[in-house]
Design a protein around this ligand. Structure first.
Ligand code: F6R
Ligand code: MG
Ligand code: MG
Length: 379
C-alpha cells in the first residue's frame, strides 16, 4: 500500500501573507531529499500556494504515522528559523504547540492523507488553497462526485453509476457521519451547504470500494481558540478508471465559488484557480487561490507535477473571480462580503458590547417615539 500525504503549514509570509520566501522552500526541499535518502519517504516534493508550504510525500507508513508527521514538524521548525532570521511576517504562525507528541492532530499544520493500492496507472490531483478554510472543498467535491451536470461518468460510466460515499465531519461537535449518494444527496447538501461547520473529510467509490478523495479538515481557530491565520486547506483526489476523470475533477473550479477567508479570514470572496506563478494573493489579502498539481504515481514515485490550472481554459474563471471580487469589495464592511457575526475571525464586538452596554434602551412604546431625540440637543 502507498500513502500519499500532503502536510502543510504557514511558517512565515513574504511579503505580509502573500508568498513563501525561496530560502524556506529550498530548506524544505533539502529536508525532503534527506528523508528520501534515509528511506523514511519513497518520494517527496515541496510546493507552495500563497504563504503556505506543502510537503507532498509518498511512503509506506500509513496515515497519521508518527515518523512522517514528526519529520514534517521538524521541517516546519527549520523553515520557521529562516523566517525568523529574515524577519518575515508571522514566523512560525501555524505551529501552535511547543513540542511534538505522536502526530500533528491539533498542533496547527494541516494534512490530507490517502492510503491506497496503486492501480496500474494512478493519476492524482493535489489541490492547495490559500486564504480560505477546509469547507471550501465542499462544493467542488459535491460537483465532482455527485453532480451529473459536472461529471458525465456518474451517468454513463457503469463503474460510477452507483455513486460515492461522503464522510462529513461536524467541526463544532467533533463527530462524523457518512452519506451515500445519489440516494442521500439532499441530506448531504443540507449539511455541507454550511461549510464553516460541516466539512467533507473523505470520499469513497461505492462500486470499487476504494478511497477517492481526502481533505485537511482542521480549523485553526477552533484549535487555538483565537484567530491565528486561515487554515488554507489541501485536498487529494484520485482520478480515472471508475473515478471522475481529470477533467471532471478540475471542472468545478471553472466556477470561482464564494468561500470564507480573504482579508483577516473574515470575508466572503471568490476562489480563483491559478497556476503556481499566480498563487500569490495580493488584493485585499486575496482573492483566495487554489492550485492543482497533477501527478502520476508510479511505484510510489511522484511523476510530475503538471500545473493543471496554468491553462487558458481557466482564464474565464479568473476573470469572473476578479469581477465577483469587485462586486463584493464594494460592500466594504457589510455582509455578505464581511462574514456573519458568529463566523468572524477578528471581532471588536465583545469590546463594543461591554463599552455600550449602558447606552442601550428599551424600544419606546406607542406615543413616546420622540423621547430620545427630544432629549438630544440639536444645533
Ligand atoms: C488571511 C490573513 C491576513 C491577516 C491580515 C492582518 O488569512 O491571515 O488577511 O489576517 O493581513 O494581519 P495582522 O493582524 O497580523 O496584521
Ligand atoms: Mg500567513
Ligand atoms: Mg496561508
Amino acid at each position: 500500500m502507498t500513502t500519499l500525504s500532503i502536510i502543510k503549514a504557514d511558517t512565515g509570509g513574504f511579503v505580509g501573507h502573500s508568498e513563501v520566501h525561496p530560502e524556506m522552500l529550498s530548506e524544505a526541499r533539502g529536508a525532503l531529499h534527506d528523508a528520501i535518502g534515509d528511506g523514511l519517504l519513497v518520494d517527496g516534493q515541496v510546493a507552495r500556494c500563497g504563504d503556505d508550504i506543502s510537503l507532498i510525500m509518498t511512503h509506506e507508513h500509513g496515515p497519521d504515522a508518527e515518523a512522517v508527521h514528526s519529520f514534517a514538524w521538524q521541517t516546519f521548525l527549520r523553515t520557521t528559523e529562516i523566517a525568523k532570521r529574515l524577519g518575515l511576517y508571522g514566523a512560525g504562525q501555524d505551529l501552535l504547540s511547543t513540542a511534538f507528541s505522536g502526530n500533528l492532530r491539533g498542533m496547527g499544520p494541516g494534512y490530507a492523507e490517502l492510503e491506497f493500492t496503486e492501480r496500474p496507472s494512478e493519476p492524482v490531483i493535489c489541490f492547495l488553497a490559500d486564504k480560505t478554510e477546509p469547507g471550501a472543498w465542499n462544493l467542488p467535491l459535491y460537483k465532482m462526485f455527485a453532480d451529473p451536470f459536472n461529471t458525465a461518468g456518474l451517468v454513463i460510466d457503469a463503474k460510477m453509476h452507483a455513486g460515492f460515499r461522503f464522510e462529513v465531519y461536524d467541526l463544532h461537535q467533533d463527530k462524523r457521519i457518512v452519506f451515500d449518494t445519489p440516494r442521500e444527496a439532499y441530506d448531504l447538501l443540507m449539511f455541507i451547504g454550511a461549510p464553516a461547520r460541516y466539512v467533507v473529510h473523505s470520499v469513497e467509490s461505492t462500486t470499487l470500494d476504494i478511497p477517492a478523495a481526502a481533505t485537511s479538515t482542521q480549523r485553526l481557530s477552533l484549535i487555538a481558540g483565537k484567530y491565528v491565520g486561515k487554515d488554507d486547506p489541501v485536498m487529494i483526489v484520485r482520478c480515472q478508471s471508475g473515478l471522475p476523470a481529470v477533467g471532471e475533477v478540475l471542472e468545478p473550479f471553472a466556477f470561482p465559488h464564494s468561500v470564507a477567508g480573504c482579508m483577516r479570514g473574515s470575508h466572503h470572496a471568490p476562489i480563483m484557480p491559478v497556476g503556481l506563478e499566480q498563487a500569490t494573493p495580493a488584493r485585499f489579502d486575496g482573492p483566495p487561490r487554489v492550485v492543482a498539481l497533477g501527478f502520476q504515481i508510479n511505484d510510489g514515485k511522484l511523476i510530475g507535477p503538471r500545473d493543471m490550472f496554468a491553462d487558458p481554459s481557466f482564464d474565464r474563471a479568473r476573470a469572473t473571480a476578479n469581477k465577483a471580487m469587485d462586486y463584493l469589495r464594494r460592500h466594504g464592511p457589510f455582509e455578505p462580503h464581511r462574514l456573519a457575526l458568529e463566523d468572524l475571525e477578528y471581532t471588536t464586538m465583545h469590546q463594543l458590547e461591554a463599552r455600550l452596554t449602558n447606552r442601550w434602551e428599551p424600544l419606546p412604546t406607542a406615543g413616546e417615539e420622540d423621547s430620545v431625540l427630544a432629549t438630544t440637543p440639536r444645533s
